[in-house]
Ligand binder design. Sequence first.
Ligand SMILES: Nc1ncnc2c1ncn2[C@@H]1O[C@H](COP(=O)(O)OP(=O)(O)OP(=O)(O)O)[C@@H](O)[C@H]1O
Ligand SMILES: O=C(O)[C@@H](O)C(=O)CO
Length: 419
Amino acid sequence: MQLGVIADDYTGATDLAGMLARLGLSAVQHLGVPDEPDTSGADVVVVALKSRSIPASDAVAQSVAAARWLLEQGAPQLFFKYCSTFDSTDRGNIGPVAVALADLVDAESVVFAPSVPENGRTVYRSHLFVHDQLLSESPLRDHPINPMRDADLRRVLRAQVDEPVAAVHLDVVAQGATAVRDALTAAADAGTRFVIADAVDDADLVTWGAALTDARLVTGGAGLAVGMARASLLTADAASRAFTVPAGPAAVLSGSCSAATRRQVAHHRDSHPSFELDVRALAEGDVPIDEAIAFLRSHVDERPLVYSSSDPDVVAQIQADLGVDASAALVERAFGRIAAAAVDAGVRQIVVAGGETSGAVVNGLGVRSLAIGPEVDPGVPWTSSGGEVPVALLLKSGNFGQDDIFTRALDTAPIGDTR
Ligand SMILES: Nc1ncnc2c1ncn2[C@@H]1O[C@H](COP(=O)(O)OP(=O)(O)OP(=O)(O)O)[C@@H](O)[C@H]1O
Ligand SMILES: O=C(O)[C@@H](O)C(=O)CO
């Protein structure tokens, strides 16, 4: 194993694993901390948690358990993967988890590098941009669970931890890996181990990767993992890795309410049968779930879409009426049940939009680990569950993908065994 990754949600985990698979590294993604040793022999072993929005103490406990397991498997470096838009609140969980992991491995320096330039996430003078907008002016300001209203990551992280936060800005990064390493050492000597990393393009992330070859713990988005791989990790021959997904009917399940997903839902809905989950009715009972399952069964060969994705004002009203956590739990439970019923109905390829929604779906299917295949769009790879009834899963982060990604993913799925 070259890298052990703890990811705070399932789509974030596939994002990182898919980008490294693109470079030829083999990757396996475990869903939750495995009970057994890792026997995959993969270069990159990812433990995907669903810890982004749970109470900080639970996130810390799960992340430390994942880290201990990865260290036991021989991980030479730990990577804490969180969202490229730094999704968190003043309560956590990025800060508290990073503190616990840093303490666990006795890290002198811990870099926070959410930049993923190819997906429009860049950090300049510690301010996070989403394409042309500051994070705080981007659609993330209206995220249903963690609205991001401040783009200055020093302040965002400082609010979550009881220790100082420093920064290494672009002028230092431009001087190369040695200058970056010197800046980290200077910060550590001054008693500051947490450092926000500026990076506006892939070359900056390679510089960070070169500066961090000896770091016991790094944190950030998939871009940093790519930078580390390019700077130092061995790469393999991508063409030699066969990856296929099972043949069979396909369905799309979307619980993400991001701007990108809503465009993708609209695109797919234009030419496929679709069913909107009524969240208020879910609060009254399971009728919407039964209706969604009946709908999927009757359109099983037409790539049907089931979605709860709604505009921010609609979601805000539902949350005001039902509660944020309660409405999310209702929707997630529904998608878990619907996914299981879809597979019972013969569906073998499922596109899922949204990290929490993906968690609900894989848990509903009882999937424990995923093999990682080719990307459809940056950070969105096909994956395949093992087990008696393998299912292909495209777990799409809310903000990722072109408008046509649902259809394009299904058109280009690397279908293997057609028995
Ligand atoms: N109509 C709705 N009303 C209220 N809550 C909803 C509705 N639709 C979805 N949700 C909830 O909103 C949350 C969406 O989170 P999810 O992680 O699935 O998407 P995302 O945040 O866009 O994706 P990512 O985490 O990959 O960025 C889920 O908890 C889901 O259950
Ligand atoms: O880093 C990202 O943006 C994604 O992998 C993600 O975590 C969104 O949920």
